[in-house]
Ligand binder design. Structure first.
Ligand code: AMP
Length: 203
């Protein structure tokens, strides 16, 4: 798990190679699907461009297909999943067990924004434009809290990067926004929705 530009794609590739796991890169699979000129492809394309989440049914279908196509694999590394609590619960219901570990790439927001904007320029990724990144961050910070709490309670969380856990409460934002947004971003209370003015103060 991790926000846009946190480096999860790169590191998941490295880990999958090192440990011989099958890498299920959801962002990558979805981008491939979005290029198809089908009804489903166009729908996924529009959702991604808006920085919103693709419906859970589609995501679980893709994960199932990817996993079932590699039955010989010694393990699976699912990159970019789950993004909301419903996905976490549905995954366990379908697979019949929790994952062995959930790795969170905890990266400051300004670093994520800088990297995603650069990637947009270099790789011409349509959803790495300013407007989509804004929404992707908002989607991430709004929905990831309950997922982190869910896995923290199961003692499955492994946090990589700046410590964001244990959870600490967010300072109350002022009407103009919180002037210490950057510091706050390192200390996010991920147990609930993050106030937008705190998120965007560092933008
Ligand atoms: P990423 O490259 O991981 O940042 O993902 C790019 C986009 O793909 C996201 O902004 C979402 O629109 C979509 N996406 C990736 N993973 C998921 C997921 N688990 N659930 C829903 N949408 C996803």
């Amino acid at each position: 798990m991790g926000g846009p530009g946190c480096g999860k794609g790169t590191q998941c590739k490295n880990m999958a190679t090192k440990y011989g796991f099958c890498h299920v890169g959801l962002g990558q699979l979805l981008r491939q699907e979005a290029q198809r000129n089908t009804q489903r492809g166009r729908k996924i394309h529009d959702i991604m461009l808006q920085g919103l989440l693709v419906p859970t049914g589609t995501i679980l279908d893709m994960i199932s297909n990817a996993m079932l196509s590699r039955p010989e694999s010694r393990g699976f590394l699912i990159d970019g999943f789950p993004r909301e609590l419903r996905q976490a619960k549905e995954f366990e219901r379908i697979v019949g067990r929790a994952p062995d570990i959930v790795i969170v790439f905890d990266c400051s927001m300004d670093t994520m924004v800088r990297r995603a904007l650069r990637r947009g320029r270099v790789e011409h990724r349509a959803d790495d434009c300013e407007q989509a990144i804004r929404q992707r961050l908002e989607t991430y910070y709004t929905l990831c809290g309950p997922v982190l709490t869910f896995y923290q309670q199961k003692k499955l969380l492994c946090n990589v990067g700046a410590p964001c856990l244990p959870l600490t409460p967010l300072p109350k934002p002022t009407p103009q926004g919180n002037k210490t947004g950057h510091a706050v971003a390192h200390n996010l209370d991920l147990s609930g929705p993050v106030s937008h003015c705190v998120c965007w103060e560092i933008w």
